[in-house]
Design a protein around this ligand. Structure first.
Ligand SMILES: [Zn+2]
Length: 476
């Protein structure tokens, strides 16, 4: 019974595969299908090398190396002077040559870290290693047979392996989100293309062995899969069952994990050095790559707080999408605080709601600058700025057109004829007496009604003052 009360300690590590943004594949000149916007016909982007034909020889794409070095430097990793590739031997129809070219003995990079903020606290997630490897082909299972699409075979992958530093599914999600942001800053990954970021998660609870969850796409799914696995393992431990080392697969449509196999160890794969590929000297490329590194999200975050005196939270939200951070810097001269709260608040909320990124929302920078100008000159209220952001995304019109079309221009309470505060108080006597008894909520309620009646055209603060004054006058 003692065990029942104890919440078992959770340890999570991630191995995340990023399909890299290069024109061609990693070991042949075929086009890299993951950078396209639409799925190509199966098996149209292939050659003897990525099909794994006998006698074909791989040759390493230098652009993959340069991009991978950029990632390693951005994550503060140690890069060995020389790296090489190994063959990971396995038998499965997704890899016709029966081995995958990957790295084992000498990876691209070791060490390094990524900083996340979980529950208001900063935490450093240590990177163990980064490997470069080729993606295998895609197997399409149908009732009668299994088809293989070799377009995917040879897509360059960066595999980023962490130490088991996560203590909750939420931290794992935040890490994958941060990693995605970093990759987009480096142009190593483009979320608007077909490229995907997939993770394998290792999780163990104290009292049980490590379970690996395979192939989870995206950050939110990582969190869900881990939450499910924690509950499943906790239940097993409660029932006195043993958790053995195993590999499970995540079934996103069912929201459960399914046992695949008892876990094999890395040694079971029998790695050997790939004799087709020579060792690569990294030293001569590093200074050039270093020069190309952009300002990374953490540095930008600190600079935004320092230079524009905006809150930590707003700065964090702005830097999470590079295009929003750039937009903010364009708008900050108008009014930095108004720009930060409009872009990180209303605009981002609207974009998230429509599942859009700023760069593919079809908005013009000028429109956002205009609306921030209107906020600064008090031509629009906060509430209607939020409405206008929504309309801008929906209707693809400039703020001027939207304000005109929907009658959103701010008005002075004194000149507005739509509202009679007297009538409003008359109709809501209970709220008035509640407010008199000191209930602040009653005042919010009255202000809300007044805002609705004036369709957001009058500042809430102005309405609040009018209502307070009217209630006092009534008493006299
Ligand atoms: Zn090819």
């Amino acid at each position: 019974m003692q065990q029942l009360q104890e919440k078992p300690g959770v340890k999570i590590g991630l191995e995340t595969h990023v399909q890299l943004n290069t024109k061609s594949k990693i070991f042949c000149p075929c086009q890299n299908p993951s950078v396209l916007k639409e799925e190509p016909q199966p098996n149209t982007l292939t050659c003897p090398t990525c099909l794994g034909m006998p006698g074909s020889k791989p040759s390493f794409n230098k652009h993959v190396l340069l991009l991978a070095l950029k990632i390693a430097l951005a994550l503060d990793c140690h890069i060995p002077d020389s790296i090489f590739f190994s063959r990971k031997t396995y038998f499965y129809p997704d890899m016709a040559k029966n081995y995958q070219i990957t790295q084992y003995e000498m990876p691209l990079a070791k060490g390094g870290s990524i900083r996340i903020t979980a529950k208001g606290k900063e935490k450093e997630i240590r990177i163990r290693r980064i490997n470069l490897e080729e993606d295998p082909s895609k197997l399409v299972h149908s009732e009668k047979c299994c088809l293989a699409d070799y377009n995917r075979s040879g897509i360059p992958l960066a595999e980023i392996v962490t130490e088991p530093d996560f203590s909750s599914p939420e931290e794992a999600r935040l890490y994958v989100q941060k990693l995605e942001t970093i990759m987009e800053y480096l142009h190593a990954y483009d979320s608007s293309s077909l490229a995907v970021i997939k993770s394998d998660a290792n999780i163990s609870l104290s009292g049980g062995e490590r379970v690996e969850i395979k192939n989870i796409t995206g950050a939110k799914e990582v969190e869900q899969a881990l939450k499910y696995e924690i509950i499943r393992q906790q239940n097993m431990l409660r029932m006195g069952k043993k958790i053995e080392m195993s590999t499970v697969s995540w079934q996103p449509e069912l929201g459960i994990t399914k046992l695949m196999r008892a876990k094999e160890t890395e040694e079971d794969y029998g790695y050997i050095f790939d004799p087709d590929l020579t060792a690569i000297n990294t030293v001569r490329y590093i200074p050039g790559v270093q020069k190309e590194l952009p300002e990374m999200p953490d540095a930008k975050h600190e600079r935004f707080i320092r230079s524009y005196r905006i809150s930590d939270k707003l700065a964090e939200s702005l830097v999470s999408e590079k295009e929003l951070a750039d937009l903010f810097e364009k708008a900050a001269h108008i009014d930095a605080r108004a720009a930060a709260s409009f872009i990180a608040g209303y605009l981002k909320k609207t974009l998230n709601w429509s599942n859009l990124k700023y760069r593919n929302a079809g908005l013009e920078d000028r429109w956002v600058l205009d609306i921030i100008g209107m906020l600064k000159n008090r031509r629009i209220t906060d509430r209607n700025a939020e409405m206008a952001a929504r309309k801008m995304v929906e209707e693809k019109l400039s703020p001027k057109q939207i304000v005109e079309k929907h009658g959103m221009e701010r008005e002075d309470a004194t000149t507005n004829t739509e509202i009679s505060i007297e009538r409003l108080l008359e109709k809501n006597k209970k709220a008035v007496s509640d407010y008199r008894r000191g209930e602040k909520k009653a005042l919010h309620f009255l202000v809300g009604l007044a805002m609705k009646e004036t369709r957001g055209k009058i500042d809430s603060l102005e309405l609040k003052n009018l209502i307070i004054r009217a209630i006092r006058n009534k008493r006299n």
